[in-house]
Design a protein around this ligand. Structure first.
Ligand SMILES: [Zn+2]
Length: 143
C-alpha cells in the first residue's frame, strides 16, 4: 500500500524536491520516457499519453507537482509527486487503443535529476486517497 500526503503536509515534513534546472529532458533515459508517454504504440500493452507532448507544457505540470503537489510513498519506499492537471491532460492506452481520460501528472524518481520522469495518471486508479497526516482528501474532482 502506498501512503499519501497532501502538499502542505509534505512540505511541512521537509519534502521539497529540487525543480528541474535546464532542459526538462537531459538524458537518453528521459528522452525515451518522454517518447513512451507522448507517442502511441500499438505494441505497448499499457501507456499513459500526454495530450500535449510539448516539454514546455509538461514542465509546468512537473513544477506544480514538485513544488506543491501531493506526495506518494509507494510500497517500495519510492517517493513520487502528483498534481491535478485537468481532465484530458492525458489518456490511458492499451495496445494502441484509447481507454480512458486522465487528470493527474505524476513525477517519479524525483530525487534523481537524470532519471526523473513524468506521466499522466487517472484519479480513479488511485482511489479516494487522503493525507496520512491531516486526513484531507487528495484530488477533489469537483472542478
Ligand atoms: Zn495533509
Amino acid at each position: 500500500m502506498a501512503t499519501y500526503y497532501c502538499g502542505p503536509c509534505r512540505l511541512s515534513l521537509g519534502y521539497a524536491p529540487a525543480l528541474p534546472s535546464g532542459a526538462l529532458l537531459q538524458t537518453n533515459s528521459q528522452q525515451a520516457k518522454h517518447a513512451k508517454h507522448t507517442l502511441v504504440e500499438r505494441s505497448e500493452r499499457l501507456q499513459s499519453i500526454f495530450s500535449d507532448p510539448s516539454t514546455a507544457t509538461i514542465r509546468v505540470e512537473v513544477e506544480n507537482a514538485l513544488s506543491s503537489g501531493a506526495m506518494e510513498v509507494n510500497e517500495r519506499g519510492r517517493i513520487n509527486f502528483l498534481t491535478w492537471s485537468g481532465q484530458g491532460v492525458g489518456h490511458r492506452y492499451e495496445w494502441g487503443t484509447r481507454i480512458e481520460g486522465q487528470e493527474l501528472t505524476k513525477v517519479v524518481l524525483s530525487s534523481n535529476a537524470g532519471q526523473r520522469h513524468q506521466f499522466t495518471e487517472a484519479i480513479a486508479r488511485l482511489g479516494s486517497q487522503r493525507c496520512h497526516v491531516c486526513g484531507a482528501e487528495l484530488f477533489r474532482s469537483s472542478t
